[in-house]
Write a protein that binds this ligand. Structure first.
Ligand SMILES: [Zn+2]
Ligand SMILES: [Zn+2]
Length: 313
């Protein structure tokens, strides 16, 4: 498995950062200092503004396309130029992440762009009015606001026996997910129960490397951490190449990612929530390495209760 990680990371770097970043890549367990995110090459763009050209700009444009900020049609020649469309994408990105809207690649923006994140897009259907009875809403839903139907509110989840990670014991895995599901179940009238019957489970949890058949390939260490699908799909995928941990105190890797934090976020998507622009919210798209963030915020709770109502208990 370790060998596969190194192999995948190496091939990814050749494809994405060729000619831009030639620093060595190693697994986090071999050397913390040498590990770089898939988006490390954005550093080269710090200070760039409209009219500048850079090879990293091509990667940035594809990044913006992936997360919903830019539309690139099939066969379109993506140039190295920092053009008007890119400037608009940056402004929208800055707005979504609560940054100063400058349209420039200032340091704060570049740092945010390089932060590990969820693979789901940010730009989804925003709720019509931004002001509700509780004040500003920042949560979003998927287009059409899909949710689990009324007769599917007692959901089962299972771990894919063919796509696990060796670093996390079965007991730890079960504890982490029971806890993450419980946090959502505490605020909405939906229950979650683990089952061994993977094929029939409503929610299917697995760890994958690179391309894994759903059109959303993972990218090695950091970069994209996980992704999941809108109701009633139930697929919840983690990037197997991450240095997953259930306790940051026992994992010294600079790239360690807290499994429960990411699981809690992805379950929000499984239930129908999109990304939030509130930095403290569980549904905010990014999570820096070595960070634990597991408690639902008011914005998360209001968002999910907008789909399912509140827990009558
Ligand atoms: Zn997400
Ligand atoms: Zn996937």
């Amino acid at each position: 498995m370790e060998f596969m990680k190194v192999l995948f990371m190496a091939s990814f770097c050749v494809i994405v950062c060729e000619g831009i970043n030639t620093r060595e890549l190693f697994s986090p367990k071999l050397s913390n200092k040498s590990v770089e995110s898939a988006w490390e090459c954005f550093k080269n763009l710090t200070g760039a503004q409209r009219g500048d050209t850079s090879k990293a700009m091509i990667i940035l444009k594809h990044y913006f396309q992936k997360f919903g900020y830019l539309s690139i049609s099939d066969g379109e020649n993506v140039t190295e130029e920092f053009d008007e469309m890119t400037e608009s994408a940056i402004k929208m990105y800055q707005q979504n992440f609560g940054l100063k809207v400058t349209g420039k690649l200032d340091e704060q923006t570049v740092t945010q762009l390089m932060t590990p994140r969820c693979g789901r897009e940010d730009v989804m259907k925003f709720n019509g009015s931004k002001t509700g009875s509780y004040g500003m809403k920042h949560y979003t839903y998927f287009p059409g606001s899909p949710r689990w139907s009324v007769n599917r509110r007692h959901l089962t989840y299972a771990f894919d026996p063919d796509n696990e990670v060796p670093e996390i014991t079965q007991t730890d895995m079960q504890t982490v997910f029971a806890s993450a599901f419980h946090r959502w179940a505490a605020v909405i009238p939906v229950t979650f129960r683990e089952t061994d019957d993977f094929p029939s489970a409503d929610i299917k949890i697995g760890f994958f490397y690179g391309s894994h058949g759903d059109g959303y390939p993972f990218d090695g260490v950091l970069g994209i951490l996980a992704h999941s699908f809108a109701p009633e799909d139930g697929r919840l995928h983690f990037d197997g190449a991450e240095s997953w941990t259930v306790n940051l105190e026992y994992n010294s890797a600079m790239t360690a990612i807290d499994l429960e934090s990411v699981a809690t976020h992805e379950i929000g998507h499984i239930l129908g929530l999109g990304h939030s622009s509130i930095k403290e919210a569980i549904m905010y798209p990014t999570l820096p390495a070595r960070t634990r963030k597991i408690n639902l915020q008011n914005d998360d709770v209001r968002g999910v209760q907008g789909l399912y109502g509140s827990n009558p208990k």
